[in-house]
Design a protein around this ligand. Structure first.
Ligand code: F6P
Length: 534
């Protein structure tokens, strides 16, 4: 499937992206995609008509249309776990029925959403209160997909945050919960235990610690705890009353779950109306993904550009660079979304993959990253494809000059990455300051190779709707990449071995069992810890 692309890659190895612009005045328009008010500019890459056509051919070769239909219609495309993949049903506000094994899941989805709305409104209006009065603080205890989505989104939608303060505890490191609970009133705090399985050791340990803190501080866990889970037998056993439990089904994957009950903390923070707008943004991207031609389809083209850079060109990582401070946690969210979904070595059919799987995804908001790691992006030896994100407008009208600077910086970075600076240009800049050999030496340090690819996603303003679009865009991008690579993007067996070994190491670290069955390194590290703790 990849031979044509490999040939095209070799043919364009020395081609300058700037020359593509010089030859084609319409290039920016021809390689920019649009859905609603959102645009994805893919023109600052090596894509040309031939490469795009070869990439698009991967969609038909992998039966993307068939797989997409299978996902949206509730077939068990998560084959290793025998589950449907239907996070899209959680945002199917105006859609028709969605059936899983002959049963329409939409009445249940909409009913739970209604219960979430009533619970959120009750808390926000003080009708649902703690032992000491109206709830002032919400602590979401969860990890991975039960933490990263709402934590990212509460920060992203800060201008809409008019509900109680929200805090997120994920790490089993006691520092996390201790630092979070310090200063909170146990009689006016709501603790949400967010866990699809309700067995995750970090979450259950933190939940028990929070429950003890609340009881000891005069709070009432029977009133001030809620649970978000598929395991309603376990939430009851933990002591959480049924009317504070918001359930979902196993066809919602952890890292795809913020659209439903796992998003409760977000709904409490911003209110049901803004949460609905977030869902509608996701739904709008679903509609686009299902309807647009491959070459005009934003998730599809984002996936194909990713495949071009990673699987074809061999660039090992990609950076997500939102020029939007409130998207601070978005790179971490995408790390789980992309790396837990497509970081696999075995294809759906059980055979070892013949092609590399998903890339390392990393990033930070601009402009901070510029003063940290952009040095490597501009002059390091390994190209890092960059995915810039930028709002036309900020939320601080009094600080519009800040936003203009932000925009200028974002656009300057993608321009600089593409253009670079030649040795001649560097020499010219330095003439006068240096001469002879020293001029030559200094100039070489100031050369930027350029020709470094990037995409830029632009949107009018970071609203709940736009956030929904962005998250669904990346979800579908991951799906498309998975289909083309032949991967099941919806399991995560790679996290299991570490969990098992941590369980077996528990008694060793507790000093109840020796480490003689462990390798020399692990045994020596255990020995160090046992000798050096108080
Ligand atoms: O260990 C990985 C994982 O299963 C993630 O996929 C998931 O998002 C996270 O743990 C939390 O799981 P749970 O919601 O069941 O506590």
């Amino acid at each position: 499937m990849f031979e044509t692309l490999t040939r095209l890659r070799d043919a364009v190895r020395d081609r300058r992206i700037t020359d593509l612009f010089a030859k084609d005045p319409d290039r920016a328009a021809r390689f920019t995609l649009q859905t609603g008010d959102m645009r994805l500019d893919c023109s600052k890459t090596q894509l040309d008509d031939e490469i795009r056509a070869a990439l698009v051919a991967l969609c038909d070769a992998s039966d993307l249309a068939g797989r997409r239909a299978a996902m949206f219609s509730g077939q068990a495309i998560n084959e290793t776990e025998g589950r449907a993949v239907l996070h899209t049903a959680l945002r199917n506000l105006d859609g028709g029925p969605v059936t899983v094994e002959g049963r329409d899941v939409m009445p249940g989805v909409l009913d739970t959403l209604d219960r979430m709305r009533r619970f959120s409104d009750g808390l926000r209006e003080g009708r649902i209160a703690g032992a000491g009065g109206p709830i002032t603080d919400v602590v979401n205890i969860g990890i991975g997909g039960s933490d990263l989505g709402p934590a990212m989104a509460v920060l992203a939608l800060a201008p809409w945050h008019d509900g109680p303060r929200c805090h997120f505890v994920s790490n089993v490191d006691g520092a996390h919960i201790a630092d979070t609970l310090r200063g909170l009133d146990p009689t006016r705090t709501l603790v949400i235990v967010a866990s699809k399985t309700f067995t995750t050791i970090e979450t259950m340990t933190n939940a028990r610690t929070a429950r003890a803190w609340m009881s000891e501080g005069g709070g009432d866990p029977a009133r001030q705890f809620a649970a978000l889970s598929t395991a309603q037998d376990k939430t009851g056993a933990f002591g959480i009353p049924a009317d504070h439990v918001f359930g979902f089904d196993d066809w919602v994957g952890g890292r795809y779950s913020m659209w439903g009950p796992i998003g409760l903390s977000l709904m409490i923070a911003v209110g049901p109306r803004a949460f609905d707008a977030f869902l509608r943004g996701g739904q709008a991207m679903d509609t686009h993904f299902q309807a647009a031609e491959w070459h005009e389809n934003m998730p599809v083209m984002l996936a194909l550009v990713g495949i071009w850079h990673h699987q074809v060109c061999g660039y090992p990582t990609r950076a997500v660079l939102p020029y939007d401070q409130r998207l601070l946690r978005l790179p971490a969210y995408f790390q789980q979304l992309e790396m837990e979904s497509n970081g696999k070595r075995v294809a759906m059919d059980g055979h070892t993959l013949e092609i590399v799987s998903g890339p390392v995804v990393w990033g930070e908001p601009g402009t901070n990253g510029q003063h940290a790691f952009y040095q490597l992006i501009h002059q390091g030896t390994t190209p890092v494809p960059c995915e810039f994100m930028l709002a036309a407008e900020g939320h601080e009208p009094d600080l519009a000059h800040h936003h203009r600077l932000l925009v200028a910086n974002c656009l300057a970075q993608s321009e600089a990455l593409m253009r670079g600076r030649s040795l001649d240009e560097a020499r010219k800049k330095l003439r006068g300051a240096f001469q002879g050999d020293e001029l030559e030496r200094q100039a070489r340090h100031r050369v930027f190779p350029g020709n470094r690819p990037s995409t830029t996603l632009v949107y009018p303003k970071l609203t709940p709707f736009v956030l929904g679009q962005i998250i669904a865009l990346y979800e579908h991008r991951v799906f498309v990449e998975g289909v083309i690579l032949g991967i099941n993007s919806y399991d995560q067996w790679g996290v299991e071995l570490g969990k098992e070994l941590a369980t077996s190491l528990g008694p060793v670290v507790d000093g109840e069992r020796d480490a003689s069955d462990k390798d020399g390194s692990t045994a020596a590290l255990v020995d160090y810890v046992l000798r050096n703790r108080g």
